[in-house]
Every structure is written in C-alpha cells, then in structure tokens.
Design a protein around this ligand. Structure first.
Ligand code: MRU
Length: 350
C-alpha cells in the first residue's frame, strides 16, 4: 500500500493512526502541516518521513516570493521546522539537507528553484523505492531459512517502496526461505499489531502476532531462526537506534545464538555520530503509555517514561543489510567501505 501521493499543490497521506480499522487520507498543504503530521505520527517510519519532508519543501517552493533570496530563506526556515518534528530518524535531516542543497545550487545558477526542488523530492522518493527492492534481494540472500521475528513496522507503510526489513522477509517468503514470521506488537504505539500484521495479512505471509515480552520465550525454545529489524539512525560504529524494544530483542537473540540483522538504506547512516550513545532519543507523549485507543489504563498522577527508540550496540548485530551490500562487524571499516563505494543506483547525484 502506498502511504503518500504527490499531487503538485498538495500531498495526500494515509492516516496510519487509523489503520487497520479505517483507510483515511489526509491532505497536507504546507511544511507546517507536514511537520505536525510527522510529529503526531499520521505517517511514520524513517525513510517515509524523509520523503514526506522533501515533498513538504516542494510545496513551500511553489509559493509566491518577492525574490529567489526570499524563497531560499523561506525553504531553510521550513526545513528547520521539519527536522525538529522527530529527532531520532536521521533520514528526515538527510532528505531536508538534500533538498536545501538543490535549492541553493539552483539559486547560485539562476535556475528555477521550484522545478529543481520538485524533481529532487521525486528522485528521493523513487530512489527509496529502488533501494527497498535491492535491500530485499541482499537480505534474502543472507537470511537463514526458517522463521523470522520482526519488530515495529518496516514495510510499504514506512518507506517509498516495499520496505526494508519487511521487504527482506517478503522476498525471503517468495523464495521459500522464510516459512513463518513472528511480529512483535511494538508497545506503546502498536505499529506491529496495527500495521505489520495488516501488511503480512494483505501479503498472505503466514505469521503470529506476539506481545514484545513474549519474544524471549520463543527465542529460547528454538522457534525462531533469525531476527530482522529496521533502523532510524546508525552511528559510525554500527550502533543502531530503532523502535523501543529492539535492544532487548538483540540481547535475547545473542543469548540464544540467533542471528540479529538490521536492514536499512544508507540514508539511515550518520557518520557524524561516533557511537549510539550520542543518538538523540525521542521522548513521546506519556498518554501513549497511559492509554490504549483513547482509554485510560493506568492510575492518574503517576510518572511515565516513553522513549520511542533504543540503541542496539553493534556487537549484537550480525549484519547491516543496505542497498549497497551487507556491512559486518567491525562496522567502522565495513560501513566506510560500503559508503565510499559510490554505487549510483539511479544514475543521479548521491
Ligand atoms: O516511531 P516509528 O513508527 O516511526 O518507528 C519506526 C521504526 O522504528 C522503524 O523500524 C524504522 O523507522 C525503520 S522503517 C523502514
């Protein structure tokens, strides 16, 4: 299912908060509206929020400006608002910077900024679609046969294509390597039970939905042959931020000698950050923990923590599957080799 559509003067986004019970589309007309939609998780998933931010800047570049200088200033300010919508997924910053770089180049060359920005946003979207299928092929090649456990949602609802970790397990299923999937519900926002279960059902992939705390039980019984997750930001040393609960899964997989893989596009790497310790972790509204579907489940007046992500140390990760290949421990070296091998997927500037 495609969660976002570019319509020249607006962007249509599928309201993921309503899934799987209702299919509702929201019209976004500005960067302010997109930034709010990202913050409130109308749409979510690291690659998708990058694509959405790129289109939001394309919307802004279509306004009337008294001069190209004013247009550039306006885009920089809008980009700043978008980047602040969610702090952990680096794809957001990556996409905004890429658009702003294009806008600057157009300004310097006296070209039409809007034309260049729209083309760049569409290119980011299309490249992500292609990256998903390449990640799927690379991942399926290395994935052990059997049952895969996954966490959160990394499918077509989170990306511009078929997904990252999800696309790998989907390809693995096509190739008859993946027999069954265990999907964690991903408390508190329930991207696993609401979105991944929805996608697995649509794709006719046999699966079992479990609560996050059941993973250790199944891993210790030999019921799972690999764990496969996405990423929101990967530091230079391979430490990976992903949905809260990923770290626990990695430790449990390590203890039970089950390989743990991360699948992500190279836009999720942040080599300005040396280790996972420095990755900013988003703290979300306590109500996400205190309520389920708007119904209060805990006493009033209590302390609540709601970090949306955690960091899995690189030593627990068997491989990081990207569109450029698979990086392995020690990651400083293998990530460097992957990124410096400037493979040009769509024959456009990286
Ligand atoms: O809070 P979310 O739903 O945006 O978190 C999503 C995840 O943690 C995904 O695993 C990650 O963004 C990769 S999506 C391909």
């Amino acid at each position: 299912m495609t969660p976002l559509e570019w319509k020249e003067d607006r962007v249509l986004i599928l309201d993921q908060r309503k899934l799987p019970l209702a299919i509702q589309w929201v019209t976004v007309m500005s960067a302010d509206e997109m930034s709010l939609a990202i913050k409130n998780m109308v749409l979510r998933g690291a690659p998708l929020i990058g694509i959405a931010a790129a289109y939001a800047l394309a919307l802004e570049s279509g306004r009337e400006f008294s001069s190209p200088e004013k247009e550039l200033e306006h885009l920089i300010a809008a980009g700043d608002i978008l980047i602040k919508a969610r702090p952990t997924a680096v794809n957001l910053k990556w996409a905004v910077n890429r658009i702003l770089q294009k806008a600057l180049e157009a300004f310097q060359k006296n070209e039409d900024i809007k034309t260049k920005v729209v083309i760049e946003a569409q290119m980011i979207h299309e490249e992500d679609r292609v990256m998903c299928s390449t990640i799927a092929r690379h991942g399926s090649f290395i994935l052990p046969e059997g049952v895969v456990l996954t966490h959160c949602n990394t499918g077509s609802l989170a990306t511009g294509g078929e997904g990252t970790a999800y696309a790998v397990l989907k390809e693995g299923f096509r190739e008859k390597k993946v027999r069954h999937v265990f999907a964690c519900e991903a408390r508190p926002f329930l991207q696993g039970s609401r979105l991944t279960a929805f996608e697995l059902k649509e794709d006719n992939i046999p699966f079992t939905l479990i609560t996050d705390s059941m993973a250790g039980h199944f891993l210790s019984r030999g019921a799972i042959q690999s764990v496969l997750v996405g990423a929101d930001r990967i530091a230079a040393n391979g430490d990976t931020a992903n949905k809260i609960g990923t770290y626990s899964l990695a430790v449990l997989a390590y203890e039970n000698k089950v390989p743990f893989y991360v699948a992500a596009p190279t836009s999720s790497f942040d080599r300005t950050i040396g280790s996972g310790f420095d990755i900013p972790i988003e703290e979300r509204d306590p109500l996400e923990v205190l309520e389920i579907a708007g119904i209060r489940i805990a006493p009033e007046g209590i302390k609540v923590a709601n970090p949306a992500f955690d960091v899995t140390p690189a030593r627990f990760i068997r491989g990081i599957i990207t569109e450029k290949g698979v990086a392995e421990f020690p990651y400083e070296r293998s990530i460097g080799l992957l990124l410096e091998n400037n493979l040009n997927l769509l024959n456009c500037e990286p």
